[in-house]
Ligand binder design. Structure first.
Ligand code: ZN
Ligand code: ZN
Length: 118
């Protein structure tokens, strides 16, 4: 079945997706797969229509993660980040009580400034 396959983004060979244990059916999740031809790892996303799109994930092949800053509210985790390829998430260190107070105060100030404008 053609739509059960995903194309390897590295060598462009078609790979069959094994659905044992329901693997690969969850939507909005990056699924890790290894190419049988070039043996590189890549990820694919499952769309609603069971359409698979392969995307390069260099971090799974010994490369760097494509870190993007994550925003967690309240902003107690200034180092929070996620990899846009494999969707690995890291929260990093949480601010200590002092840092949290500063975040809270800054937020409070912003809210007060808005109120004044009105
Ligand atoms: Zn390949
Ligand atoms: Zn990654």
């Amino acid at each position: 079945m053609a739509n059960e396959d995903v194309q390897c983004p590295y060598c462009e060979k078609w790979q069959e997706i094994c659905h044992d244990d329901g693997f690969g059916y969850a939507e909005d999740e990056a699924h890790e797969i290894q190419c049988f031809d070039c043996e590189k790892y890549f990820v694919f996303h499952t769309g609603i229509s069971f359409y698979y799109e392969g995307s390069k994930a260099d971090c799974l092949n010994g490369g760097e993660h494509a870190w993007k800053k994550s925003f967690i509210a309240p902003d107690y985790w200034p180092d929070a980040r996620h990899c846009s390829d494999c969707e690995k998430r890291e929260r990093g260190k949480m601010l200590d009580k002092e840092g949290q107070k500063k975040v809270d105060e800054a937020l409070h100030k912003r809210v007060m400034a808005k109120t004044k404008l009105c």
